[in-house]
Ligand binder design. Structure first.
Ligand code: UD1
Ligand code: UDP
Length: 369
């Protein structure tokens, strides 16, 4: 049985790494990996840390690439790979432009499509943009929907999908997380190794959503600045996404603020271990929302809506919106009210038990052999 795994950005690589590993271990499967390289440096960091060598690298990355460029270049490159390898099924992950291009390439070339991380919905086609649309478009094409949670399954059922093609597996991101977390992790990074995690309140943060670029992102960063100025025991560590638009706003608002450390993107092992050592997490990322609950860290989500409500229902995540005052108030509350903090700092696993990849590979074999 021939399986082609396709991914292109940092989060897809993190979450496909456990799947690729399980495919490789299975003797019934001949598997190949194709990266579009929609991301370059941020993808390569993940490939290195999980020791993955792609069989095909489309290298489509260009600075300032538009959605159209990503989609068309990926689609053309993928068609050639599909024609050469002739897979029985291809696997695409999540909601990026690579995901949608991979599904479409499968459809155009009569190859079955397995959608890993299917069924997440914010209910707003413009947020996350363009991810909500990418995920829905991929769902329309997919033959197998690997849904992380029951809620994701219900989203698909509500849209009329056949239950026989939906499989609840948990999120493969949790498999990756469990593999990367280490007690007494050493970063080999002066700043991170010398940070006083016991006595300081470390906030780790990320921000990159396209719909937040502009005023919302300025609000998030201004709120962080105010939090740091007011709370002298806080240090913020922010590995800044390589998108130049994000970097410009981060440098402008946070570049000269004491106790705010703007650093380069971390490899995944360093990043998840930093989360594990932090006091709380502020983010607009999707994947980070899934990791923090397993680590027992309160996570504050700087967005208007989320397609990952499970963390909020479990009580470890809060949706802050994108107004400066609301963001400041919620972070300040958690820093200064122990009772509120304790309510959120519980390790829960709404996104899976760390065995999602194993389940996905088992289902593929059962259904295709
Ligand atoms: C993409 C995904 C988004 C995902 C995010 C994860 C789409 C439309 N968006 O958004 O769903 O949440 O990745 O991080 O698929 N850049 C580099 N080097 C890199 C990566 C990016 O320099 O390794 C810069 C480039 O200038 C690039 C820009 O970042 O043009 C934006 O990258 P792009 O892949 O278009 O979108 P993201 O915002 O990263
Ligand atoms: N991540 C990482 N290094 C960083 C920041 C994030 O390895 O410096 C990981 C994080 O642990 C998670 C994934 O990247 O697994 C999330 O990716 P991102 O926030 O770029 O995209 P999203 O999940 O929002 O699509």
């Amino acid at each position: 049985m021939k399986v082609l795994s396709i991914f292109g950005t940092r989060p897809e690589a993190v979450k496909m790494a456990p799947v690729v590993k399980k495919l490789r271990e299975n003797e019934m499967i001949e598997d190949k990996i194709c990266v579009t390289a929609q991301h370059r440096d941020m993808l390569d960091q993940v490939l290195d840390v999980f020791s993955i060598t792609p069989d095909y690298d489309l290298n489509i990355f260009q600075h300032g690439q538009t959605l159209t460029q990503i989609t068309t270049r990926a689609l053309e490159g993928l068609e050639k790979v599909i024609k050469e390898f002739k897979p029985d099924i291809l696997l695409a992950h999540g909601d990026t432009s690579t995901t949608f291009a991979a599904a479409l390439a499968g459809f155009y070339n009569n190859v079955r499509v397995g959608h890993v991380e299917a069924g997440l919905r914010s209910g707003n086609i413009y947020s996350p943009y363009p991810e909500e649309a990418n995920r829905k478009l991929t769902g329309v094409i997919a033959d197998f929907h690997f849904a992380p949670t029951e809620k994701n399954r219900l989203n698909l059922l509500n849209e009329g999908y056949n239950d026989e093609k939906i499989f609840i597996t948990g999120n493969t991101g949790i498999d990756a997380l469990f593999e990367m977390i280490e007690d007494d992790f050493k970063f080999n990074n002066e700043l991170l190794d010398n940070m006083d995690y016991e006595n300081k309140k470390i906030i780790s943060m990320t921000a990159h959503r396209k719909e937040n670029i502009g005023k919302p992102m300025e609000n998030i960063f201004s709120a962080i600045k105010e939090v740091v100025l007011k709370n002298k025991d806080v240090e913020v560590i922010y590995p800044v996404h390589l998108n130049p638009k994000v970097r410009e706003i981060a440098n402008r608002i946070l570049g000269d603020v004491d106790r705010v450390h703007l650093i380069e993107p971390l490899d995944n092992k360093a990043f998840v271990n930093l989360q594990a050592k932090s006091y709380l997490i502020v983010t607009d990322s999707g994947g980070v929302q899934e990791e923090a609950p397993s680590l027992g860290k309160p996570i504050l989500v700087a967005r208007r809506e989320t397609e990952r409500p499970e963390g909020i229902e479990a009580g470890t995540a809060k949706l802050l919106g994108v107004e400066k005052e609301g963001i400041f108030n919620e972070i300040d509350l958690l820093l200064n009210n122990q009772e509120e903090y304790n309510k959120m700092a519980n390790a829960v696993n709404p996104y899976g038990d760390g065995k999602a990849a194993e389940k996905i590979v088992k289902i593929i074999i059962e259904k295709l052999s």
